[in-house]
Design a protein around this ligand. Structure first.
Ligand code: ADP
Length: 513
């Protein structure tokens, strides 16, 4: 690889690709840690939501506790009972209220629908939960108003007890709750508000997983996180994110990020590659241009040197023989013609580059053009030891072309045939038809062109830089002019060439309209 190109590659790697790779690795790493953070935040939020529902239940029951306690304080028994009955009437989720001690129940106020066997059941509940009751007493002694559920064998009722301070000392206050009513009447608005349209929250029976209430229709088994309801031990709260699980959301997000990241890397690589290719092209062009300047100077210098040398010799009048003089004049005129051809070629090229070249299209006979070219170049080529033949096909139709430009293209190719043939000096011109097109073929038996160079020789300034060509003068403009002319004619150029055995350039033209 060229030294300057290697330098560019290193620079590109350092300024584009390495940072891009570092960035990608860093991003991929942080993606997974982001996922963990998101999941943690989500879990915390879910915890907070479930906690707030539990806390709300506790607040409600605590507020009932203090209301009932106030009714109990300093009231005659029948007034208190009336007030509590009123309370039960207002809060239908509460089915009965009682007061008692660690031994059993002292007073029970129940709504009308509550069965009479409550007494026995409650007493049984008391005796089987003595430790819990003892603990509540302890809490109360330390100043905490704790409330706690205790299991009782009373269908559809949950018993919640706490210890209250009365004028008669510490007493147990119990409320019997209808859990279904409690959930539907009291918890549901709270659950709805904490769900905030982002989550589906459900309260369900722990044993049979039957949905009791949910913010939206849901299969209980699809819930993501579950938590017991502290005060309704037979029921649980469950929650799930709307529109998919958090894992799937996080996964989707990570996937999109990863795809974007990959795209970014691909774009960076493609960008880097394009920059590299352009710079490489520019470097090659700069080299080609500097070669061009030296090639042109070289091409101009040789005929100039010959002209001045022979002109000076003639000027000095040393040449006596007319024959010799004529030979010198011919050389001078040949070299002048060569000079003007080179200059013309450069001028044509610059016109062509500027898009200013004008073509005069007309219906012309290709055979006429090659005949003129053949006659003009016959002697020149024969003098150089070439066998120059012309094989026109007399049946070809007229073509629509600029005569001058077509001869210029053919001459350029003949010029090359002469320049790049050294062992077998033969050039053959022929015409013919190929389908709809009319062609002229210029065939030589010269050094030929490698397949790899065949693609490049029509580019401006391009010259094969090795071997025989290296020592032959040229500007690298001839074939690019030919290509330009053929493009202007909407024609085609085909090249068949084998290194070592010669080349055939075929110019194909459209027939006249
Ligand atoms: P140049 O002034 O170098 O001849 P051209 O554009 O006419 O420029 O040709 C480009 C290159 O193509 C030449 O330098 C030569 O390497 C190669 N080339 C063109 N014609 C022939 C040919 N007939 N045989 C071998 N090589 C050729």
């Amino acid at each position: 690889m060229d030294k300057s190109i290697r330098k560019i590659v290193v620079v590109l790697i350092f300024i584009i690709l390495l940072p891009a790779l570092f960035f990608a690795v860093y991003e991929i790493n942080s993606l997974s840690s982001n996922e963990r953070i998101i999941e943690r935040i989500y879990n915390n939020q879910v915890e907070a939501i479930l906690y707030s529902v539990n806390q709300f239940s506790e607040d409600i029951i605590s507020s009932w506790r203090s209301k009932i306690k106030t009714m109990r304080d300093n009231k005659k028994s029948n007034v208190m009972k009336d007030e509590i009955k009123k309370f039960l009437h207002q809060n239908t989720a509460v089915k009965f209220v009682f007061f008692g001690d660690s031994v059993g129940i002292k007073a029970l106020i129940a709504d009308e629908g509550t069965p009479n066997e409550i007494d026995n059941v409650l007493n049984h509940g008391f005796t089987t939960n003595t430790t819990k009751i003892e603990r509540l007493y302890n809490y109360s002694r330390e100043g905490y108003n704790k409330i706690e559920p205790i299991p009782i064998n009373l269908k559809d009722r949950t018993l919640i007890i706490s210890v209250i301070e009365t004028t008669n000392g510490k007493e147990i206050l119990g409320v019997g709750i209808d859990p279904l009513l409690f959930i539907k009447q009291i918890l549901s608005p709270k659950i709805q508000s904490v769900g905030q349209n982002e989550f589906i929250i459900s309260v369900f029976n722990k044993k049979n997983r039957e949905n009791i209430y949910s913010t939206e229709g849901i299969n209980v088994n699809n819930l993501q996180n579950e938590k017991d309801l502290w005060l309704l031990p037979e029921y649980s709260l469950g929650i799930v994110l709307k529109g998919g699980t958090i894992q799937s959301l996080v996964k989707d997000r990570a996937e999109t990020n990863l795809i974007l990241l990959l795209l970014l890397i691909i774009i960076l690589f493609v960008g880097g590659w394009i920059v590299f290719r352009n710079i490489k092209k520019e470097i090659a062009l700069a080299k080609i241009k500097s070669d061009f300047v030296s090639n042109v100077s070289h091409e101009l210098r040789t005929p100039l040197a010959l002209i001045s040398m022979f002109a000076e010799t003639l000027e000095m009048g040393r040449i006596r023989s007319e024959e010799k003089k004529n030979e010198y004049y011919t050389i001078i005129s040949h070299e002048t013609a060569r000079l003007s051809r080179i200059v013309n070629r450069i001028l044509n090229f610059s016109q062509m580059e500027a898009g200013k070249r004008k073509y005069n299209f007309a219906n012309v006979q290709l055979n006429t053009i090659i005949e003129e070219v053949f006659n003009t170049y016959k002697f020149h080529l024969q003098n150089k030891g070439f066998k120059f033949t012309s094989l026109p096909d007399n049946n070809i139709p007229l073509i629509y072309a600029d005569k001058e430009a077509v001869s210029e293209a053919i001459i350029n190719i003949i010029d090359n045939a002469v320049k790049y043939s050294h062992d077998r000096k033969e050039v053959e011109l022929s015409t013919g038809t190929m389908g709809e097109l009319v062609y002229v073929k210029i065939k030589d038996h010269g050094i030929g062109i490698s397949v790899q160079d065949q693609k490049k020789i029509f580019e401006k300034f391009f010259r094969v830089s090795s071997g025989y060509v290296h020592d032959t003068k040229g500007t690298g403009l001839g074939l690019s002019l030919v290509k330009h002319i053929m493009d202007a004619h909407k024609g085609e150029i085909t090249l068949h060439s084998t290194p070592g055995s010669g080349s055939s350039f075929i110019l194909k033209f459209k027939t006249s309209q």
